[in-house]
Design a protein around this ligand. Structure first.
Ligand SMILES: Cc1cc2nc3c(=O)[nH]c(=O)nc-3n(C[C@H](O)[C@H](O)[C@H](O)COP(=O)(O)OP(=O)(O)OC[C@H]3O[C@@H](n4cnc5c(N)ncnc54)[C@H](O)[C@@H]3O)c2cc1C
Length: 430
């Protein structure tokens, strides 16, 4: 450990000294941070409680195909992710097309994109310029107060109904909540920006539109981990002690000491083992998440070869428990990936009926995965500056915070925020 730092104060920026860092969590944000730190000459240990890396970007093999349980779709604005894919020589491919499906077995249709052509886009761009010009940049704190209002209220205030029509179905289908929830507009607007549809850029890595990784998205994170010097999986953090000299992380496989700690896990999840400050405790108590589920199942008879958003179930939170979307990725396979919100027992009970009403039959369920998806703050907390308070903690008590809470729950958002944080706070060592 390095002695001489002030207790609970940020380290002096710009000092290019070698530092040792413990990163807790080996999802995209933890691994992106670790890669950046090692490249800058620092010594990094990554601790992951699961047996494998990749976090919410895990993939599994069934009937000879790789299925992504969580994050895998990249859009033309995923520049940092694309750079990693390129550096690590990971093969990519186009993703399936998107279709909106009426829940009662109607025709599949393209998503309406009226927002891009009805004058509302011009109004939105002017509003963005005036009130939240940094929204497309890494992080959320810069735009949080301007977009703290509940999304339905904000859309109505700015007469952006067509924005709701064009992005709401995909937003809800992807786990970010229903537009009649009280979620702050910040998250909806960030999502809309990250779809790439509001950007001039239409191509990345040779793909027009969205793309993903051949053979499962966890390939990328396994390659990132393979290049790191010290990644320890299946390790349970028991307690964390921090003082002026650095940090000591006690695990069921022994203690790890370092100059600094990066928490690449949601603050509320790590709180029970953290020697938390009052500020950390207060912020952690305000974190919310969505109960979102992936069910991987064989279900013959359903429409094929697309990512289907189920119109009626995405329209209101009253449909919680019902399936909001499913993906049929591999021609010739009957396996589909279904996505739902709500209590696990409701999701399991409603899926067979949802599938039947679409004309299919739910056969074998291969896997069910529940997620605490999209760590976020509510409107009142954003208006009160919760995200600015979280960013103000960066470096205090030798601790840094990355991941969906400060960055937004998308691969590119978490990677970009994590890389920028590492570059800003850990200059290259001599
Ligand atoms: C169903 C679903 C679909 C998605 N689709 C997309 C998509 O198409 N495109 C996209 O860009 N994003 C998508 N995402 C979001 C994307 O997967 C996440 O934003 C991204 O994985 C966040 O990375 P992270 O490292 O911050 O967190 P995580 O991926 O959650 O990783 C956190 C890691 O920390 C570990 N951990 C937690 N607690 C501890 C502890 N106490 N000690 C040690 N380790 C711990 C966890 O096991 C995990 O490995 C999707 C997510 C889900 C769930």
């Amino acid at each position: 450990m390095n002695a001489g730092q002030e207790p609970m104060s940020p380290p002096s920026e710009g000092t290019a000294r070698h530092r040792s860092v413990v990163v807790v969590g080996a999802g995209p944000s933890g691994l992106a941070t670790a890669r950046e730190l090692e490249r800058a000459g620092h010594r990094v240990t990554v601790l992951e409680e699961q047996d494998t890396v990749a976090g919410k970007c895990r993939s599994v093999d069934i009937d000879g195909h790789a299925y992504d349980l969580g994050g895998h779709i990249c859009t033309p604005v995923y520049e940092r992710t694309a750079a990693l894919l390129d550096e690590l020589d990971v093969e990519t491919e186009r993703t399936s097309r998107y279709r909106v499906l009426d829940t009662e077995g109607g025709e599949a249709a393209r998503q309406t994109m009226s927002f891009l052509g009805d004058g509302a886009l011009r109004r939105y761009l002017a509003l963005r310029e005036r009130e939240f010009p940094h929204i497309a940049e890494p992080g959320l704190a810069h735009s949080a107060r301007a977009l703290a209002a509940p999304v339905a209220e904000w859309l109505a205030e700015h007469r952006l109904h067509s924005m709701a029509e064009s992005f709401g179905t995909g937003y809800t289908a992807a786990g970010y909540g229903h537009l009649d929830d009280d979620l702050p507009a910040l998250y909806f607007v960030k999502y809309a920006e990250m779809t790439g549809l509001l950007s001039q850029r239409t191509q990345l890595l040779g793909h027009t539109g969205a793309f993903t990784v051949v053979g499962g998205f966890d390939t990328l994170w396994r390659r990132v981990a393979d290049e790191l010097k010290d990644v320890r999986c299946g390790v349970r953090v028991v307690s964390v002690e921090r003082d002026a000299d650095g940090v000591r992380v006690h695990t069921d496989a022994g203690p790890v000491s370092a100059d600094a700690l990066v928490l690449a896990v949601p603050l509320d999840r790590i709180l029970p083992v953290l020697d938390a400050t009052e500020e950390e405790r207060d912020l952690a108590g305000r974190v919310r998440a969505n109960a979102y589920h992936t069910t991987l199942a064989s279900a013959p008879g359903l429409p094929e070869d697309a990512f289907y958003f189920l119109g009626r179930h995405t329209a209101s939170r009253a449909a919680s428990g019902h399936c909001v979307s499913y993906h049929h990725r591999y021609p010739g396979s009957e396996v589909r990936t279904f996505y739902s919100y709500g209590r696990p027992e409701d999701v399991a009970a409603l899926l067979p009926d949802d599938v039947a009403r679409l004309g299919g039959r739910l056969e074998e369920v291969h896997l069910r995965q529940a997620w605490a998806f999209m760590p976020h703050f509510g409107s009142a907390d954003l208006a009160d500056g919760a995200l600015e308070r979280l960013e103000a903690l960066q470096g205090r008590a030798n601790t840094y915070y990355v991941g969906g809470l400060p960055a937004f729950e998308l691969i590119e958002s978490t990677v970009a925020h994590a890389q920028d944080l590492a570059r800003r706070h850990f200059p290259p060592a001599h």
